[in-house]
Design a protein around this ligand. Structure first.
Ligand SMILES: Cc1ncc(COP(=O)(O)O)c(C=O)c1O
Length: 396
């Protein structure tokens, strides 16, 4: 999408490029609708209308009412609000929370914080493709369980979790347990219908869907008790204080509208491109191994492939030198230099060998990806494979 560039960007799970119409919406909100949405004059009303419009679009996307959407500074804050907010509000009923071993740090870190304050956290393991078993989650529910938090789509391997089955199994054991999902990687990529799936809280973020960075939202089921974690002027129904990021929210609304216009066919097309890349790499690098699902339970925009013999960090660097941008782990942790040298917690939870964990590369697509990008990416992979083979031969 970036005109005149000489690279292929396959790191869309880290972030996406804002669409031109999103940039226009952000700019208009900054320049024209610059009022404070809490002000009562026409400029305030115009800004408030932007919030209302985006709320309505997100509600339509999720098949919910727009009355229970709280704008946040992104997916991280939405997860913190969902987890800490419900834990605080339900502390008298119990202090046990269940999650999976493969969550994003925006879920694992607030849970670790609660653990340090006396909450009990159970982290459920996954199978070889990264899926959580609904039965295992339900079996962990006890009398003091207040919340289950399981992501919709894993950001490293793209596996889709069986959310409806998890929520069903949990609520069968204990109907009052709340179920939260971090749907940051799912919004616009797979169908999300929290009311039908039995989900009580959903976190989303705009920048994974060609919207601006620094804006997201938390939807919650009506009548749900949630303590605010940011206190101040009482915006967002008292649940998230601070003047709303009106330009960001305007861009989020436009990103949602554009994703909606793409329709369901976009996901199917993307799944085809993903498979083409996987099969192409398998042909070029016979020792490569796909980590996570191939087709069933696979989100259409993420695949994770190990290239044994080399480290993921090195492969990402060499691929980038040739113009293919990928990542070796979740983007936010990849700059932290593989703390402790153990590699991705997701791949380790899947039971992969240390060599496979260390040599993993994530390729992630945008809804707007084209076939020619995959062809160009495969040409770069072939060039790098040849270069690395030569290097190995010379070092023998
Ligand atoms: C699954 C998941 N959850 C949460 C986040 C954090 O979202 P944000 O960057 O909007 O804070 C990300 C971003 O990488 C993610 O992939």
């Amino acid at each position: 999408m970036i005109d005149g560039t000489s690279f292929v960007y396959l790191d869309n799970a880290a972030t996406t490029q804002a669409l031109p119409e999103v940039c226009r919406a952000v700019e208009e909100a900054l320049r024209i609708c610059y009022g404070n949405p809490s002000s009562t004059h026409p400029l305030g009303t115009a800004a408030e209308e932007i919030l209302r419009h985006t709320r309505r679009l997100l509600a339509e996307f999720l098949g919910v009412s727009d009355r229970h959407i709280i704008f946040t500074s992104g997916g991280t804050e939405a997860n913190n609000l969902a987890i800490i907010g419900t834990a605080m509000a339900h502390a008298k009923s119990g202090r046990h929370i269940i999650t999976s071993a493969v969550e994003h740090s925006a879920v694992l870190a607030p849970l670790a914080y609660l653990e340090s304050k006396g909450w009990r956290i159970t982290r459920i393991g996954v199978d070889a493709i990264g899926r959580v078993s609904p039965e295992a989650v339900a079996a962990a529910v006890s009398e003091d369980t207040v919340l289950v938090s399981i992501m919709a789509v894993n950001n490293e391997v793209g596996v889709i979790q069986p959310l409806a089955e998890i929520a069903g199994a949990v609520k069968k054991r204990r109907p009052q347990v709340l179920v939260h999902t971090d749907a940051v990687q799912a919004l616009g990529k797979i169908e999300l219908k929290p009311l039908e799936q039995g989900i009580d809280l959903v976190s989303v973020s705009a920048h994974k869907l060609h919207g601006p960075k620094g804006v997201g939202a938390l939807w919650h089921r009506p009548d749900l008790r949630l303590e605010p974690i940011i206190h101040g002027g009482g915006q967002e129904n008292g649940r998230r204080s601070g003047t709303e990021n009106v330009p960001g929210i305007a861009g989020f609304g436009q990103a949602l509208r554009s994703a909606m216009a793409m329709g369901q066919a976009a996901g199917e097309r993307l799944a085809g491109l993903r498979l083409k890349l996987i099969e192409g790499i398998e042909e070029i690098v016979p020792r490569s191994a796909l980590n996570g699902p191939r087709t069933s339970h696979a989100a259409p925009h993420i695949c994770n492939i190990s290239w044994p013999g080399w480290t993921g960090e090195m492969l990402v660097r060499v691929l980038a030198e040739k113009g293919l941008y990928t990542s070796s782990a979740a983007a936010c942790s990849s700059r932290r230099k593989n703390k402790g040298g153990q590699g991705s917690h997701v791949l380790r939870a899947m039971g992969l060998s240390p060599e496979r964990v260390q040599s993993a590369v994530r390729f992630s697509f945008s809804l707007y990806q084209e076939e020619k990008d995959i062809d160009a990416a495969l040409a770069i992979v072939a060039e790098v494979a040849k270069q690395l083979d030569d290097l190995k031969r010379r070092s023998r």
